[in-house]
Design a binder for this molecule. Structure first.
Ligand SMILES: [Zn+2]
Length: 428
């Protein structure tokens, strides 16, 4: 009798405890990132399934899942929501999943404020990534949901919209480049959350003739970031072309314009919820203010010092965006000559130039073109352009740019000398 009496009580206690645990598990969806927004942009979660066999988390730099709900034993819904709405449709997600025993999970991505744009990549270490389009078994009409079938085991599996390129990874890359004698590394300012906005200065001569490169105003635009890295590596390489260029030009690089957005796994904006590439009129943010200050410092009275501005991004295809009249900016006709040379170099490739895109928007290229009267180009790589193709294109375009700019500067200096020598001597 006694045994019979105790047994149901134990069962009841056990099931009550399990129920409580499951409620806790479902509700304990918000994580531990100390950099949480006060406005509710909670994108770092750590979720454990009812039976504690599956863990899904996004509480790491660049991670993003806004909520996880368990639907069935092996079925989970992940809510993916942007930091701000409305927003450009760049629906970023990144999470890590593991299970105590091998199993297959159904993971449904539910998008709020955007649609399924990026087929997933997977990684076992967060560093080496593989395309995993095959995980997607269904995309619902209008892209509001995508269903993934994911095999998991006790080793963490990273699933991300694009490969993760964290601030830490970029810092390591900066430090590697900065080891060269002719490269310096410092900061131009700080973000809303006080992260450094880093700058590389590449020069063998401290020449006042300068080119300016930047990337990552938009955190999800990984292919653009890879493009900038390969482009900068070509300029800092130990080749004759690059050495000659470095003796005549100083290259300024701001690899990450929006380090807060990168850290938080934002779709588009900085920590204040502002799209930085729509802030180049009123300059309301510390990031754009630092960039403006930096760019204005090359406007030396009466002398040309800035020769080219390139802002690296990603979109649906490879394309160079410029203002319509970019060839009238200094150095004259440079953009046409550069893109023409690129087309001749890569016969297999279609150099796509759009000279009217966003011409009235408050973008970096529009401001640089109008305020500094300099050739300004938004250099976009496609979301799905392969890393080896980006490397070949970025290396080739850097090479053609260096060749043409050295030529242009020589011409420009000769013209200036001729002007001086043909001016009449001042009256005595
Ligand atoms: Zn962009």
């Amino acid at each position: 009798m006694r045994t019979r009496k105790i047994q149901p009580t134990r069962t009841l206690l056990l099931s009550s405890a399990m129920a409580l645990l499951s409620v806790l598990a479902v509700n304990a969806t918000y994580g531990f990132d100390p950099n949480y927004d006060s406005d509710g942009d909670q994108s770092a979660i750590r979720f454990v399934s009812e039976d504690r066999s599956v863990c899904i988390r996004s509480d790491f730099p660049g991670g993003r899942v806004n909520r996880c709900v368990q639907i069935g034993p092996n079925e989970f819904d992940l809510l993916i929501r942007p930091e701000q709405q409305p927003i450009n449709d760049s629906a970023w997600y990144a999470f890590q999943v593991r299970a105590t025993r091998p199993c297959e999970l159904t993971i449904r991505l539910r998008y709020d404020g955007g649609t399924h744009r990026y087929a997933p990549l997977i990684s076992r270490d967060g560093e080496t990534w593989f395309p995993a389009d095959r995980l997607v078994t269904a995309v619902h009409p209008f892209g509001k949901q995508a269903v993934l079938q994911v095999r998991v085991d006790s080793e963490p599996l990273w699933v991300s919209a694009r490969q993760l390129l964290t601030n830490h990874t970029v810092d390591e890359w900066i430090e590697k480049i900065a080891k060269r004698d002719y490269v310096d590394d410092d900061v131009i300012g700080f973000s809303v959350e006080n992260r450094p906005i880093r700058r590389l200065t590449i020069s063998e001569s401290r020449s006042p003739a300068t080119i300016f490169l930047m990337a990552r105003q938009h955190p999800t635009e990984i292919t653009g970031m890879i493009g900038l890295m390969r482009f900068v590596e070509a300029i800092s390489a130990q080749t004759d072309r690059a050495s000659k260029f470095r003796k005549q030009f100083t290259t300024i690089v701001v690899p990450t314009a929006n380090p807060d957005g990168v850290a938080r796994g934002h779709w588009r904006c900085n920590a204040s919820g502002v799209d930085l590439n729509r802030d180049w009129k009123h300059f309301t943010q510390p990031e754009t203010q630092a960039l403006r200050r930096e760019l204005l410092s090359y406007r030396t009275a009466g002398r040309r010092s800035l020769y080219l501005f390139l802002d690296f991004h990603s979109t649906y295809e490879d394309v160079f965006y410029t203002a319509e009249d970019v060839d009238q900016a200094f150095p004259p006709n440079f953009t046409s000559a550069w893109l023409g040379a690129l087309q001749r170099r890569f016969a297999w490739y279609n150099v796509n130039h759009d000279a009217s895109h966003n011409s009235n928007r408050t973008t970096s290229k529009a401001w640089v073109r109008d305020t500094l009267d300099v050739a300004a180009v938004t250099y976009e790589f496609g979301d799905t352009t392969k890393p080896n193709e980006i490397a070949e294109l970025a290396n080739g375009s850097a090479d053609e740019m260096m060749r043409l700019l050295v030529q242009r500067r020589t011409d420009h200096l000769q013209q200036q000398q001729q002007l001086v020598s043909t001016q009449p001597a001042p009256a005595q």
